[in-house]
Design a protein around this ligand. Structure first.
Ligand SMILES: Nc1ncnc2c1ncn2[C@@H]1O[C@H](COP(=O)(O)OP(=O)(O)OP(=O)(O)O)[C@@H](O)[C@H]1O
Ligand SMILES: [Mg+2]
Length: 578
């Protein structure tokens, strides 16, 4: 709303300015026009005055001509007549005549126009010894004429007659019709007598009024006003007169008339209009530029505001999302920690399950040497009582061997039960398999399973892993193999290490093989009787997770003779570990 007020105010200011410029420019242009009009009017007036003066002088000169001295005689009259004709032809005068004091025409150039001029004013004035002049319409030719009457003096110094020269005005006008501005000459009564525009002839200016009205016929529209000291006429007088004209006058006392000129003001108005239009155009262009600039700035400011609010909105949304994310991360971390704990517990549970499977064998393994120790101790006591110290010493040595063997088994069990904390370290695969074999040895023996494992040929094989956890993996594999071969006569397990860019440990059995090799690593997948002590379906899935955590891999497949599990591990590299 405010914008429209500003725009209309600006337009109004431009309109006022343009009007001012127009008015100023118009006045300036009128000033120049007036100078030209004055010059034109001066030229026309001088010309007319000069022409009329010629006739005036002709009258004065001819009045003293000696040929006029003998007009009483016929020959004298003829002589004067021929002189007059000669002069009239040369000066283009309408008529030249001589009249005596009573006004009778004694001699004339054309002869027919005048007979008696006694009543005319110019003649009377000549009789008084002065130069008479008049203007009017010459009948019967209906011509506008100017008359000059010069007195002719006799030898006694008295006026004896008058010489009259009549001038045809139309003849004078003829020369200066054309494209000069409209010029006209009015007599003392205000009537147009001479003009270069025939439309203006005979118009009359009423006393006290600036304009002209027709002497006869309908009056035409006319009005006059002043602009900056100049008089402007507004008329509608046909195609040869301007509709709006600058009017100027110039008194001409020599010929008893007033010269007047009408100059078209259209060019002045055009110039003023052009100036006003140029100023208005510049102002409008400037205003438009200003408007565009402010509009642009405003649009930019608005866009900026929108952008800022959007940024603020986004920032709020982002902050909210960020805190939500942080919460989520914290939850994830908690969940991860819980998972890790659960996994560790699972591993431990898996271990306990394996221990459970092996417990019968292990207790047998511990029980048997215990019984033997007791037997050897009893025997030793008997040998000592008999004084056979050699046999007693041998029995004591056996007891010591048995105790050492029991200590090793317990040590392995304790190590197996330990909760390993470091992620990966240097592990000797041979020792790991050895420990697994020792742990399962009792069970293997219980079920008469033969084992093909020959570590002596290999020597230490260093791998990346965790000792206890790797032991757990192999204990699981051996236990599974024993379980698989339970229902058959021959029971055999083969364990072999292959070295290379990757270390491979193969555990093969001669059992029935895997029923669904692709499923064996899934948690809770078990073919063993549900509910019994064996068959949680977790052993292989735990093993899988452990091997993966060392950067290794475990695969299960069927061979011709049974199932084969391959554990693939990265060899230990000192530099990489450091
Ligand atoms: N050497 C193998 N020969 C044939 N089948 C096997 C062998 N090892 C594993 N399997 C099959 O894979 C299944 C999954 O073994 P996994 O050790 O994960 O669970 P489980 O031995 O059944 O129970 P858990 O080990 O938890 O006491 C076994 O139930 C068995 O069907
Ligand atoms: Mg198992």
């Amino acid at each position: 709303m405010r914008r429209w007020w500003v725009i209309s105010g600006f337009l109004a200011a431009v309109a006022v300015l343009a009007t001012g410029v127009w008015s100023y420019g118009y006045r300036q242009a009128l000033g120049q026009l007036a100078q030209r009009a004055e010059a034109d009017l001066e030229l026309a007036s001088d010309r007319l005055t000069a022409q009329l003066q010629r006739y005036q002088e002709t009258a004065v000169l001819l009045a003293d001509h000696p040929a006029l001295g003998n007009l009483g005689a016929e020959t004298g009259r003829q002589q004067a007549q021929s002189l007059f004709l000669d002069v009239a032809d040369k000066t283009s005068a309408l008529e030249i005549l001589y009249a005596d004091t009573r006004g009778r025409v004694l001699a004339s150039a054309r002869g027919t126009l005048f007979s008696d001029i006694s009543e005319t004013g110019y003649f009377r004035r000549a009789l008084h010894g002065a130069l008479g002049s008049a203007h009017g319409v010459q009948h019967p030719l209906d011509l506008r004429a100017i008359y000059y009457a010069a007195p002719a003096f006799g030898t006694d110094g008295k006026v004896r007659g008058a010489l009259v020269v009549a001038v045809d005005i139309a003849h004078l006008e003829w020369d200066w019709r054309g494209n000069t501005p409209a010029v006209f000459f009015t007599d003392v009564s205000g009537q147009v007598f001479i003009s270069n525009r025939s439309e203006l002839l005979w118009w009359r200016r009423p006393v006290g009024q600036p304009g002209l009205v027709p002497a006869k016929g309908p009056s035409l529209p006319f009005s006059a006003h002043r602009v900056g000291g100049y008089e402007i006429w507004q008329l509608d007088w046909g195609p040869y007169l301007p509709a709006r004209a600058l009017h100027m006058t110039r008194p001409l006392p020599v010929i008893g008339m007033t010269g007047e000129v009408l100059v078209d003001v259209a060019p002045a108005r055009r110039i003023a209009g052009l100036q006003a239009a140029a100023v208005a155009a510049i102002c409008l262009a400037f205003g438009a530029m200003l408007y565009l600039a402010t509009e642009r700035r405003r649009t930019l400011a608005e866009a900026n505001k929108v952008l800022e609010s959007r940024v603020a909105q986004r920032t709020r949304a982002l902050t909210a999302a960020n805190s939500a994310l942080r919460r989520e991360v914290a939850e994830r971390q908690e969940a991860e920690a819980a998972l890790k704990r659960a996994q560790a517990e699972l591993v431990q549970a898996g271990k306990l399950s394996a221990l459970g499977q092996m417990s019968a064998g292990i207790s047998h393994e511990l029980n048997q040497p215990l019984m033997a120790i007791r037997q050897f101790a009893d025997n030793g006591t008997a040998f000592l009582a008999r004084g056979n110290t050699g046999k007693a010493t041998e029995n004591l040595g056996r007891i010591s061997d048995m105790a050492a063997r029991m200590a090793r088994i317990i040590k392995n069990l304790r190590a197996f039960a330990r909760n390993e904390s470091e992620p990966v370290s240097r592990v000797d695969l041979v020792q790991v398999i050895e420990a697994a074999v020792e742990l399962t040895e009792a069970r293997l023996r219980e079920h008469a399973v033969t084992l093909d494992w020959n570590p002596g040929t290999v020597g230490p094989v260093l791998a990346r892993g965790g000792e206890v956890r790797l032991t757990q993996v192999f204990v699981n594999l051996i236990n599974n193999a024993v379980d698989a071969m339970m229902d058959q006569e021959t029971r055999h397990i083969r364990i072999a290490i292959e070295t290379g860019p990757r270390l491979l440990v193969r555990v093969q059995d001669c059992g029935p093989g895997l029923k669904e090799p692709e499923k064996v690593f899934e948690p809770f997948y078990s073919t063993k009787a549900v509910g019994s002590s064996e068959g949680m379906g977790l052993g292989l899935s735990i093993s899988y997770g452990l091997v993966q955590s060392f950067g290794g891999n475990i695969r299960g497949s069927n061979t011709r003779g049974g199932a084969e599990f391959t554990v693939e591990l990265d060899p230990w590299q000192e530099e990489a570990a450091a």
